[in-house]
Design a protein around this ligand. Structure first.
Ligand code: CA2
Length: 140
């Protein structure tokens, strides 16, 4: 069975707890449990969240060696700024699908450009936490 890493960056641990108008009321923990249930028997899903840029880079570098076949990445605010995360995505042999809860193109100008998108195999944004399900689905 394919193994998929859901990799969440800064502040995504607050999902469901703050700014529900933008990020909804479901917590990330509930989202991951629902994904595990939805894809039971089809994909092996693990999640890791870190508020640190280097933690995201370490997780991307280590994912292939840990047996992951793909990564669903929400790099949070670093999506708009991090050359280092983009370089890590370019350097890994496994596909990385970029995901956003909100529609970044309908938000402030500084969120409308993702620096990591060109290194990713695909991008899903704007469907709330369902964005994660759609991204995971791409590995079926
Ligand atoms: O829409 C997304 O998924 C984002 O990646 C979320 C990031 C934001 O910086 C990106 O521009 C778009 C923010 C992470 C979530 O931050 C929260 C803050 C308060 C409550 C819930 C989440």
């Amino acid at each position: 069975m394919r193994k998929i890493l859901i990799l969440n960056g800064p502040n995504l641990n607050l999902t469901g707890k703050r700014q529900p108008d933008i990020y909804g009321t479901t917590t990330m923990g509930q989202c991951i449990e629902a994904l595990k249930e939805t894809f039971k028997g089809r994909l092996d899903i693990d999640e890791f969240q870190t508020n640190h840029e280097g933690g995201i880079i370490d997780a991307i570098q280590e994912a292939a060696d840990k047996g992951f076949d793909g990564i669903v990445l929400n790099a949070g605010g670093y999506s708009h700024t991090s050359v280092a995360i983009r370089d890590a995505i370019s350097a890994t042999d496994i596909p990385v699908v970029e995901v956003h809860i909100s529609n970044i193109y309908a938000r402030e100008e500084f969120r409308q450009h993702s620096i990591i998108s060109p290194a990713c195999s695909g991008v899903i944004a704007g469907f709330g936490l369902k964005s994660y399900e759609l991204a995971v689905m791409s590995f079926i």
